[in-house]
Write a protein that binds this ligand. Structure first.
Ligand SMILES: NC(=O)c1ccc[n+]([C@@H]2O[C@H](COP(=O)([O-])OP(=O)(O)OC[C@H]3O[C@@H](n4cnc5c(N)ncnc54)[C@H](OP(=O)(O)O)[C@@H]3O)[C@@H](O)[C@H]2O)c1
Length: 256
């Protein structure tokens, strides 16, 4: 295949891991970003904004495969519809997407917008693949760092996570993107389920810190859904290799 693979979100946490894997597999890559970037070997950048639609047509032009990773706290539904509209006008033969486990079960606005984005892709008429992944270790680390700034760490009772390493997600997505369109594939979760207090204790131990923890209750329907484990996939998930402890040992290694 000679046409470049378009990666939206190629500058993000996940995208920065995906792009070199696609290069290693021998593909030229085009990254859509709102910012301007210098090209590197085999990686071109197109400036555009999926929310306004600016630059999206030029980004999609000539790309037969699109891996859609761009996302934010809100508007992923609208951004995805804009991408789908542009991709439908060109000859895209595979549109791959990353979503979140629980998008169809947890009643929160940003998850609802991920679900609507999934639907826009499934209804696009284009051949597609969607992978739902659990929270990345990087996100859990950011949450733990924020919580540890407080003298007492708030710990939502009954909330569990199956954090997954973004490198495992990147590798799976590249495999899926280069394969035939497969529709909604099995979820990708981390190797263990943790309570929030356990994740926080792992972080504190790795940093040599101590904090008191205070249980808090997540209110409303979303709280009930989380306590019921609607954000987890306990059966039938593909499981990433790296644990939270592996990630912490590497990321918080002295001298890093
Ligand atoms: N983080 C998690 O725990 C997690 C778990 C499961 C699934 N996901 C999904 O995985 C994807 C990537 O997550 P991430 O953590 O790598 O995200 P991230 O680090 O926050 O990066 C977001 C990316 O989206 C791009 N982007 C945002 N708004 C855009 C817009 N309007 N137009 C064009 N590009 C835009 C950004 O590009 P520029 O800033 O260069 O424009 C950036 O590359 C998201 O779809 C997210 O929902 C994340």
């Amino acid at each position: 295949m000679t046409s470049p693979i378009l990666v939206t979100g190629g500058t993000g946490t996940l995208g920065r891991l995906v792009v070199p894997l696609l290069r290693d597999a021998g593909h030229d890559v085009r990254v859509l970003s709102r910012g301007r970037h210098q090209p590197t070997s085999g990686v071109a950048h197109v400036t555009g904004d999926l929310l306004t639609g600016d630059g999206v047509e030029s980004a999609v032009a000539g790309a037969e495969v699109v891996l859609h990773l761009a996302g934010g706290p809100k508007g992923d539904d609208e951004a995805t519809r804009n991408l789908v509209r542009a991709a439908s006008r060109t000859g895209v033969r595979h549109l791959a997407y990353i979503s979140v486990i629980g998008a169809d079960r947890v009643p929160l606005g940003w998850l609802r917008s991920k679900l609507d984005a999934e639907r826009a892709i499934a209804d696009s008429g284009l051949p597609w693949t969607t992978l739902r992944a659990a929270q990345f270790h990087d996100l859990v680390l950011t949450m733990a760092q924020q919580m540890a700034k407080l003298p007492v760490m708030p710990v939502p009772g009954g909330l569990r996570l199956q954090p997954v390493d973004a490198r495992d997600v990147a590798a799976r997505l590249v495999e899926l993107t280069l394969d035939k369109p497969a529709g909604l594939v099995p979820d990708l979760a981390g190797p263990r389920v943790y309570g929030i207090a356990e994740l926080a204790r792992g972080y504190l131990r790795a940093r040599g810190k101590r904090r008191l923890m205070m249980p808090v209750r997540m209110p409303g329907k979303a709280g009930r859904a989380y306590r019921a484990g609607a954000n987890l996939t306990l059966d039938g998930a593909t499981v990433g290799a790296r644990t939270w402890e592996d990630f912490l040992a590497e990321r918080l290694r002295p001298g890093r």
